[in-house]
Design a protein around this ligand. Structure first.
Ligand code: SAH
Length: 243
């Protein structure tokens, strides 16, 4: 049982987050899920990730085990067919009620920390990974509740995008990071980019760590970090300061 009062006191959750990912390339997730933060989250019982091979949901009478087909109207590129995706989703929804059914796609809403925060207080998420030209529009119109893009460029498949979402969301679940407060100070959590960081040694080949960080004076250090964040944001991302 997990108490999750992290980002919104209104959303108190008591169970691990579940993320189901539908893909034609489950192996792509193997290394990713078995390392670092996502592994720790699963080992601690704070998140459960399940990867589903879409090919397993092709109807028995589909001799060619086709998950894709030619686009109506012609043109280059194959389209992921409706039936296997529906079969898979309906199978999963027999036992899970999803808060969001996400399709990752370059024409979706651009993923931001704000969206990541809001997803991190959900219980059950489903992520559908596209391939080829994408999925039949009817899936998007009738079964998907949210469409997310990880940036204005085109990948060859949705697997990397799904991994980006899973990682950014799961690390916010309380107990996953060794020090939760660190996530709250990350770039994009407020309007500022994160301040520069240093570790030992205090001097290396004549390159010194800023004196203030060695002073032990917390108020001064906070002020220095704030100023650094502000300067960096003005320089690199003035758009974040607009409001
Ligand atoms: N024809 C599509 C691109 C298909 S790329 C278009 O122009 O919009 C194949 C699949 O990769 C997509 O269906 C999507 O699932 C995934 N993908 C590619 N780029 C992505 C991005 N920037 N964000 C999220 N998913 C992406």
């Amino acid at each position: 049982m997990v108490f999750r009062p992290f980002l919104s006191p209104a959303a108190l959750y008591f169970c691990p987050m579940r993320i189901d990912i539908i893909t034609l390339f489950p192996e792509m997730f193997e290394g990713f899920l078995s390392q670092s933060i996502l592994k720790r989250a699963q080992d601690k019982g704070l998140a459960n990730l399940h990867i589903h091979q879409l090919r397993d949901y092709v109807a028995q009478d589909n001799k060619h085990k086709n998950v894709d087909d030619y686009a109506f109207g012609g043109g280059a590129g194959m389209v992921m067919a409706v039936e296997p995706i529906i079969n898979c989703m309906e199978h999963l929804e027999k036992t899970v009620r999803y808060d969001e059914k996400i399709f990752v796609t370059p024409d979706g809403e651009r993923l931001t920390q704000k969206r990541v925060n809001s997803l991190s207080i959900k219980e059950n998420l489903l992520i559908l990974c596209g391939r080829y030209k994408g999925v039949d529009q009817r899936i998007r119109d009738h079964f998907i509740t949210m469409e997310l893009s990880i940036g204005d460029y085109v990948l060859s498949g949705g697997e990397l995008a799904a991994a980006v979402i899973a990682d950014s969301v799961v690390r916010l679940i309380p107990g996953v990071l060794s020090d939760e407060s660190s996530a709250l100070l990350d770039s994009f959590q407020g309007d500022l980019l994160d301040a520069p960081v240093y570790t030992r040694p205090a001097e290396y080949r004549g390159m010194k760590v800023p004196e203030v960080l060695l002073s032990g004076n917390e108020a001064k250090i906070d002020e220095w970090r704030y100023q650094q964040s502000l300067e960096k944001t003005k320089l690199r991302r003035p758009d974040l300061l607009k409001d």
